[in-house]
Design a protein around this ligand. Structure first.
Ligand code: RB5
Length: 130
């Protein structure tokens, strides 16, 4: 799959780790996030990724900020985006199965990297039940 990834300053390291994880699974990853830890305006990155998903530049996307909340709110303002904040694997699976979420978001200040990887995998492995 072609997967977008976006983040703010609080999630640069986690973004890089998740990008590497996705690539290790054979996915192509497009980085729309900041690579700087200087404080930035997180909604810009949520909107950028939301537009990439809505315009079908990518199949789906991962957004990471401090909590996952701010950046997902910004993405959800783009028509056609269904971004869901997930802090556990069951939610990640269910937002695909029941809500057909096309973006998952989580917080670099909330979940650790191993849980973040499991969340991404649970989302990608699940299918919309229509
Ligand atoms: C940035 O400090 C922080 O507010 C942002 O990453 C995010 O948590 C907002 O929802």
């Amino acid at each position: 799959m072609k997967i977008g990834i976006g983040n703010d300053h609080s999630a640069v390291e986690m973004k890089n780790q998740i990008k590497e994880y996705l690539e290790s699974m054979g996915h192509e990853v497009v980085n729309y996030g900041t690579d700087s830890t200087d404080s930035c305006n997180y909604p810009e990155f949520g909107e950028k990724v939301g537009r990439a998903v809505a315009d079908k530049e990518v199949d789906c996307a991962v957004l990471i900020c401090g909590t996952g909340v701010g950046i997902s709110i910004a993405a959800n303002k783009v028509n056609g985006v269904r971004a869901a904040v997930c802090s556990d694997c069951a939610t990640a699976r269910l937002v695909k199965q029941h809500n057909n979420a096309n973006i998952i978001a989580f917080g670099a200040r909330i979940v650790g990297i191993e849980l973040a990887k499991d969340i991404v995998k649970a989302y990608l492995d699940a299918e919309f039940e229509g």
